[in-house]
Design a protein around this ligand. Structure first.
Ligand code: PEP
Ligand code: MN
Length: 384
């Protein structure tokens, strides 16, 4: 159920409606919009008795929300959600794309700082890195835990990067909530409902990754869990789903981006690193993600990918990340978005930009790679 307030409704009238909803034993979620405020109602088992609310001053109408997800839906809030970080220009969901980059896992202080310096210089505003790694094998690197979080806090201090890192359970969520700027919930936990509810009570925004076999509705319902607990700063992230295709680690479902944007006001990022599992496909799919309208990218970068303790084969070298940023700046302009510029480094002689690769060269190179690797695709002119 949704209470739509009149455009000229006062704060007091909105408050009175929220109080009434609480008195009826439900939970009000006030969603201010550009035109008017809507108040979502959750916690009701059946239908809310409409009459009492409809008669209250300032109320325009009370409507039934037929979709299973309510608070994430555009029915409740038409305008896009923009997640802001006070004191900085960084946003998730604004006209500027949110660029998240960093290693899969925080391995050492040296490694984390080496990567952070490069992604900062390339223009990323968010630094990613796992302190708690959900690994398929219990014998694989599990992350540094709180030590990893401390290293990331130092990185924020040094470079002004916002920190995004994953919480895998209640205990780590408490710590991540304390240290990070954004709490990541990973694909394997997308339907860990108690963790989602806990994230809904956290202070920090949440980045929710799509489960590897989740439908669009399941994805939105998982986000609904977080909003229903009162945390409305949620961003989604497409990271590839399991299909029969075996030329990539997962199949990056870029079609989910406009599908989400049609139904929901929440921002959606794309992670082409886990989405493809292959370094040579990360930049082409990043270009495609920006072109399709994603609100940002999450990309794994490592200064020595061959030595990485996790996900080395899908991690870009810092120079490749520079090129990626150069390329997506041009594509972003076409779709009316912006990408932060590189951070110029003042040298005594001249100030040099970090990257200056020409897009056509990079496009040509990645196309060559794609043609060679794509199975079942015949080269033009081939026979049989
Ligand atoms: C990650 O981003 O580090 C990660 C583990 O991703 P996912 O949950 O999408 O597998
Ligand atoms: Mn990874």
């Amino acid at each position: 159920m949704l209470v739509v307030m009149q455009a000229q409704a006062t704060e007091e009238q909105i408050r009175a409606v929220c109080q009434k909803i609480e008195k009826l034993g439900y939970r009000p979620h006030s969603m201010p919009g550009a035109q008017r405020t809507a108040i979502g109602i959750t916690g009701n088992k059946g239908e809310v008795e409409q009459g009492t609310l409809e008669e209250m001053p300032g109320v325009q109408e009370v409507i039934k929300v037929s979709k299973p997800y309510k608070l994430v839906s555009r029915d409740v809030k038409q305008e896009n959600t923009i997640i802001r970080f006070p004191g900085t220009a960084a946003t998730i969901g604004g006209p500027g794309l949110a660029i998240v980059a960093g290693p899969c896992g925080i391995e050492t202080r040296e490694q984390a700082f080496a990567v952070a310096e490069r992604v900062h210089r390339a223009g990323a505003q968010f630094f990613r890195g796992g302190a708690y790694k959900p690994r398929t094998s219990p014998y694989s690197f599990q992350g540094l835990g709180e030590e990893g979080l401390r290293i990331m806090a130092e990185i924020r201090q040094q470079f002004g990067l916002k920190i995004i890192t994953e919480a895998v359970d209640y205990e780590s969520l408490d710590l991540v909530d304390e240290y990070a700027d954004v709490i990541q919930i990973g694909a394997r936990n997308m339907q860990n409902f108690s963790l989602l509810k806990r994230a809904g009570r956290a202070k920090k925004p949440v980045l929710l990754k799509r489960g590897m076999s989740a439908t669009l509705e399941e994805f939105l319902m998982a986000a609904e869990y977080i909003l229903s607990e009162g945390n409305y700063n949620v961003a989604l992230c497409e990271r590839g789903v399991r299909t029969f295709a075996d030329h990539t680690r997962n199949t990056l479902d870029l079609s989910v981006v406009p599908a989400v944007q049609r139904l929901s006001h929440l921002p959606i990022l794309v992670d082409p690193s886990h989405g493809t599992g292959k370094r040579n496909k990360v930049t082409p799919l990043s270009r495609a993600a920006v072109a399709v309208g994603a609100d940002g990218l999450m990309v794994e970068v490592h200064h020595k990918p061959d030595e990485a303790l996790s996900d080395g084969p899908q991690s870009l070298y810092p120079d490749q990340f520079d090129d990626l940023m150069t390329q997506i700046r041009q594509i972003a302009a076409v779709v009316g978005r912006t990408v932060p510029p590189p951070v110029w480094i003042e040298s005594p002689a001249v100030a040099t930009p970090v990257s200056a690769t020409i897009i056509s060269k990079a496009v040509a190179e990645s196309q060559t790679i794609e043609t060679v690797e794509a199975p079942g695709v015949e080269a033009p002119g081939s026979e049989g």
